[in-house]
Design a protein around this ligand. Structure first.
Ligand code: NCD
Ligand code: ZN
Ligand code: ZN
Length: 465
């Protein structure tokens, strides 16, 4: 046999396995895995002695801003950032201008993004309520990875951009939907069988409490938290999980930030509701106590909460309540991220730093490498219907592979990020455990931090359409 690429002597890591072997790649697929040398010649070979070979990591929550505010980010740069950070597949969020809201905008988006993609990608469709309930079935047919409802946000009437700092009476703004209208989204998504992902913060609670605290003139981080408290997540997650149980819609709670949110999800799962959940590195590695050091960059919605929430989220990962870790890569420029806490947009880039931060946490004993492959490869692939094509190292599946060096040390530097918006809360953080090679369908896209191939990423669709 003539192999296209042979990765020798690495330690294979999946949620269930941990062993030394060589991987043989042919035509973009994993053709064989063996602990004995197989016959044949290799066009290309890597010696991964001392390194770990993981199923390609998946980031289910990325805002690439393309088309739309591409001065913040575009798909060329977001997918380079992903590849640089060891990610082989991203799911791109639909809050673009225009948003991915019907079959026509889905197909236009595939055409727009494919020539820029350095990694493979799934596309979220947006759920706008009465404005596109009628389009959810065609979006399902077209191949969306799931539907996203931005619960808690108002959106601009013309551009559909999120309104980060909503106040009643603002011009050109569509106010958040009523509970009944949200339930109708659940009913319609249930018919498609796709996952419905929610940003879970209660908008009317946030509005009232934010107005109260703003009146006091405070601009500190605790004031932001008083305006968007744990309660805002708790009540929306409770309602969302009840809506999921009643409608049958497969709910995915995005970026869980609180002990209360995690507990509500645990409760719903115990009752048999079809609910999954993710959290993000900023909720696992930061708390309100970091704000004095990090500053306004740390404004992310939902906001990073308290030390006790951070502990509760690790607990929820360990007991299986939270099964996915995503980045919520949400770039804004350094200029946009400085200024008054009430006025600046929420979000921060993260797809390049998520794997290094999680690998560092493995070295710190917070989780095992096998658990990491569950959280970042197998579980997302299974939940969104792309397993085992993605998220596995099974023979016959896509040769998406992330090679990591657990002894390698690095320092995260904002200036070195591949994103257009060179912003991170982790500037200067020392990391031990680094992705050293990103392989997408057999092609090495990143080697030792350098982008060496692409763009040749492709759309991935759920198998269960
Ligand atoms: C995201 C963005 O900017 O698109 N911002 C954020 O703070 N997380 C939107 C979102 O995920 O809520
Ligand atoms: Zn969100
Ligand atoms: Zn997001």
């Amino acid at each position: 046999m003539n192999w296209d690429y042979v990765i020798k002597n690495g330690t294979i890591v999946t949620p269930n396995e941990f062993y030394k072997a060589t991987i043989y790649i042919k035509n973009g697929k994993i053709a064989a895995i063996s602990d004995q040398p197989l016959e044949g010649t290799a066009k290309k070979e890597t010696d991964a002695t001392g390194q770990y070979v993981l199923p390609g990591l998946i980031d289910v929550h990325v805002h690439s801003r393309d088309p739309g505010p591409t001065y913040k980010e575009d798909f060329f740069t977001s997918t380079q950032a992903a590849a640089a950070g060891g990610i082989t597949t991203i799911f791109d969020m639909p809050n673009t201008t225009p948003p991915t809201r019907d079959a026509a905008s889905f197909h236009a988006q595939v055409k727009n993004l494919t020539p820029k993609a350095h990694v493979d990608f799934g596309l979220w469709g947006i759920a706008l309520g009465p404005m596109n309930n009628a389009n959810l079935a065609e979006l399902h047919e077209a191949g969306v990875i799931g539907f996203k409802y931005f619960w808690g946000y108002a959106v601009n009437k013309n551009t559909f951009q999120l309104t980060y700092n909503y106040e009643p009476g603002m011009d050109d703004v569509l106010p958040p939907l009523s509970d009944g209208e949200v339930y109708e989204i659940f009913q319609n998504v249930a018919k498609t069988g796709n996952v419905l992902a929610i940003h879970g913060e209660d908008s009317s609670l946030i509005q009232t409490l934010t107005e109260q605290v703003k009146k006091s003139g405070r601009t500190d981080y605790e004031a932001l938290l008083e305006g968007r408290p744990n309660l805002a997540e708790e009540v929306t997650v409770q309602m969302g999980t009840s809506f999921s149980r009643a409608s049958g819609a497969r709910l995915h709670v995005l970026h869980v930030t609180t002990a209360e949110g995690a507990e509500a999800i645990r409760h719903a799962q115990a009752q048999g509701a079809p609910v999954s959940a993710e959290t993000c590195p900023h909720y696992l590695f930061l708390s309100n106590e970091d704000y004095p050091k990090v500053g306004p960059v740390m404004k992310i919605y939902p906001p990073v909460k308290y030390e006790k929430d951070k502990q509760a989220l690790w607990q929820a990962i360990n007991d299986g309540t939270i099964t996915i870790v995503s980045s919520d890569h949400a770039p804004h420029t350094p200029e946009e991220k400085s200024g008054s806490l009430w006025k600046i947009p929420a979000g921060m880039p993260g797809t390049e730093t998520i794997a290094p931060l999680m690998l560092n946490a493995v070295n710190e004993g917070k989780l095992t490498l096998q658990k990491l492959t569950a959280l970042m490869a197998e579980n997302p692939a299974k939940r969104f219907g792309i397993f085992p094509q993605k998220g596995s190292l099974d023979v016959g599946t896509d040769a998406d592979i992330t090679i990591v060096d657990m002894d390698k040390e690095t320092v995260i530097k904002a200036a070195d990020l591949h994103s257009k918006s060179k912003v991170t809360a982790y500037d200067g953080w020392k990391i031990k455990g680094v992705p050293v090679e990103t392989i997408v369908r057999g092609e090495t896209v990143m080697k030792n931090g350098e982008i060496v191939h692409g763009p040749s990423g492709q759309l991935v669709k759920p198998a269960s359409r």
